[in-house]
Design a protein around this ligand. Structure first.
Ligand code: HEM
Length: 182
């Protein structure tokens, strides 16, 4: 590899940090959000418990509907305009991917948790472009293994609503307490 295309030591350190730590609370949020979604949608839970092949779809729909990472930031690289809004080179833009994942121009009935939707592949829960999440497959595999084990062990899960909180959070999104009656 030519020397000029190698990463600097500091870039390697920063990448290693994201690889080690970027996949901890995000995966925790994905597991909690999926379990919360299933526990609050008993018919979907029944289908997923009866047919484990549906679990990856339920996880994918959770990434859209309850995106564990709600926002990413980008610097504008040249003066441009987006939907009538002028963006100047150098500006920092907060991109709300959680909101994009509920865009009614893209998703039918976007506020509905629906594992049968045909438009699921358009979600941007792992961002898009060169910085698309490096660990997206690992994250989904971890969630699948954890939730499959939970369903095998307990089958039916009911939310203890009084002891739980709704998923929330502007940047990272998950319930701060999730209590189940198994
Ligand atoms: C459900 C779990 C996860 C979600 C929702 C998620 C989401 C994201 C998002 C939205 C980005 C883009 C950030 C940006 O452009 O500013 C990203 C980048 C990244 N993620 Fe994840 N992530 C998850 C799990 C993981 C795991 C398990 C790993 C690794 C073990 C990981 C490693 C990375 C790395 C290295 C990047 C930076 C990629 C780059 O800039 O080229 N992530 N992730």
């Amino acid at each position: 590899m030519p020397a000029e295309s190698r990463l600097e030591d500091d870039e390697i350190r920063r990448n290693a940090l994201i690889i080690f730590f970027g996949g901890i609370s995000t995966v925790e949020a994905l597991i909690l959000n999926t379990v919360h979604a299933l526990a609050t949608h008993p018919e979907t839970l029944q289908r997923v418990a009866a047919d484990p092949a549906l679990l990856p779809v339920a996880i994918e729909e959770t990434i859209r509907w309850r995106s564990p990472v709600q926002a990413v930031t980008r610097y504008v690289t040249r003066d441009t305009e987006l939907l009538g809004i002028a963006l100047q080179k150098g500006c920092l833009v907060n991109c709300m991917i959680g909101s994009a994942n509920r865009d009614e121009a893209v998703f039918r009935d976007p506020d509905r948790f629906d594992i049968d939707r045909k438009d699921l592949r358009h979600h941007v829960g792992f961002a898009v472009g060169p910085h698309h999440c490096l660990g997206s497959r690992l994250a989904k595999a971890e969630a699948r293994i954890a939730i499959a084990a939970l369903l095998r062990r307990y089958g039916s899960l009911r939310l203890d609503a009084a002891a739980s909180t709704e998923p929330s959070g502007y940047e990272f999104h998950q319930p701060s307490r999730l209590s189940l009656q198994c």
